[in-house]
Design a protein around this ligand. Structure first.
Ligand SMILES: [Zn+2]
Length: 379
């Protein structure tokens, strides 16, 4: 075929693929809107929309932003203009600049039609509908799989190194132009690398030491190097970690519960160590640490768990369940006075917990009477 005719045929194929992908994305988005994995908290969505609109500018109204409740570190943008940001990513950012960097990176894949290009490229090997959104994924599709998201296919295929590099370069320029620290991506990758290398899963660690993931993705080292070679105009821009923590604080407990459910003690403890560094939210963080030691259950972990729970309850934000766990641990070693005291604290805090009767039955003394909830005592 003559080059011009070939180019035209290729363009037509790309357009067909793009149209089909947009249909699939629309269909997926309708299911997502009704799904329980979507977090609709206005505090999250408004802030994310604000950052998204700074990136998309006059095209802002064409985009929709969703927060997905799933611990995987990922963000992605579908060919129909839907951006999805995982709670596992929000939990791992430490500043608005980092979140803005990732969003700008994803936006560039969208603008450059990277997913359409990829779909066309692999179409010969994979017949049938193909709806691909791949961002910074380092793990499987997880919760999105429940909605029929073809993440397993998508995850096996990645954007090319060039596409990733282009998206990183765009994010670097965007951050510089909008007063954000352009090294935000570097900080994020560096921390992610530390966490992944601490993983209890050999497979996860290998992703950072072998070429499997990076045959198509830029090596983290390479990525860090080329980003550091770019100008850095606003080293402090968007780096207010205290403000960012306040932004995610209302969701911290829920997101840490999701991390605990992943059962990767090594990565989980590394994440908690980092989250604990500013010294805030220690009730929630120490409770989560106790839970990780409890399920890991190595030698000495019971002692570590009890120490973590005990430290957690020194802080006002400790979940009531911390007392329940202390009670269960003390009960197990027949320390009934300490167990009773902890169970009493739990029952007085968790007034509508479904396990109240069970906990009361574990006490050696009579449980405290339930507090009256009527206003009968009022004059
Ligand atoms: Zn990317």
């Amino acid at each position: 075929m003559a080059p011009a005719a070939y180019a035209q045929a290729r363009q037509t194929t790309d357009e067909r693929v793009a149209t089909s992908m947009r249909f699939e994305a629309d269909d997926f988005e309708r299911r997502l809107q009704r799904s329980r994995i979507r977090n609709t908290a206005p505090d999250l969505i408004i802030e994310i929309q604000r950052i998204g609109c700074a990136i998309a500018q006059e095209r802002c109204s064409s985009f929709r932003f969703y927060v997905i409740e799933t611990p995987e570190f990922n963000a992605s943008m579908a060919p129909n203009g839907m951006m999805m940001i995982n709670s596992g990513l929000l939990l791992r950012c430490e500043s608005e600049a980092e979140l803005a960097f990732v969003m700008a990176h994803e936006f560039h894949h969208f603008v450059d039609n990277d997913s359409v290009e990829m779909a066309s490229r692999i179409r010969g090997a994979n017949a049938g509908g193909l709806f691909i959104m791949i961002g910074l994924s380092v793990v499987g599709a997880g919760a999105l799989g429940e909605l029929g998201y073809l993440g397993a296919v998508a995850n096996a295929l990645a954007f090319s190194r060039e596409q990733e590099r282009d998206a990183d370069m765009f994010a670097s320029s965007f951050t510089n132009e909008h007063g954000y620290d352009s090294y935000a991506g570097v900080h994020l990758w560096e921390r992610l690398r530390t966490e992944m290398l601490a993983s209890s899963s050999e497979q996860t660690r290998k992703r950072f030491t072998s070429g499997s993931l990076f045959s198509t993705h830029p090596l983290t080292e390479e990525r860090i190097a080329y980003l550091q070679a770019q100008p850095r105009l606003h080293p402090e821009g968007g780096g207010d970690a205290v403000r960012y923590r306040a932004f995610i604080r209302p969701h911290l407990r829920q997101w840490l519960e999701a991390e605990i459910s992943v059962r990767d003690a090594g990565a989980g403890l590394a994440l908690l160590e980092r989250l604990a560094a500013p010294g805030a939210d220690m009730g929630v963080i120490q409770y989560a640490r106790g839970e990780i030691y409890r399920y890991r259950n190595n030698d000495g972990d019971a002692t570590r768990a009890l120490a973590s729970y005990t430290e957690a309850v020194e802080h006002a934000d400790a979940p009531p369940e911390t007392w329940r766990q202390i009670g269960i641990m003390q009960h197990r070693v027949h320390n009934s006075a300490a167990a009773d005291e902890a169970f009493s604290r739990y029952l007085s805090l968790a007034t509508s917990a479904p396990d109240r009767l069970l906990i009361a039955s574990m006490m050696s003394a009579a449980p405290p009477a339930a507090q009256p909830i009527s206003n009968a005592a009022a004059p």
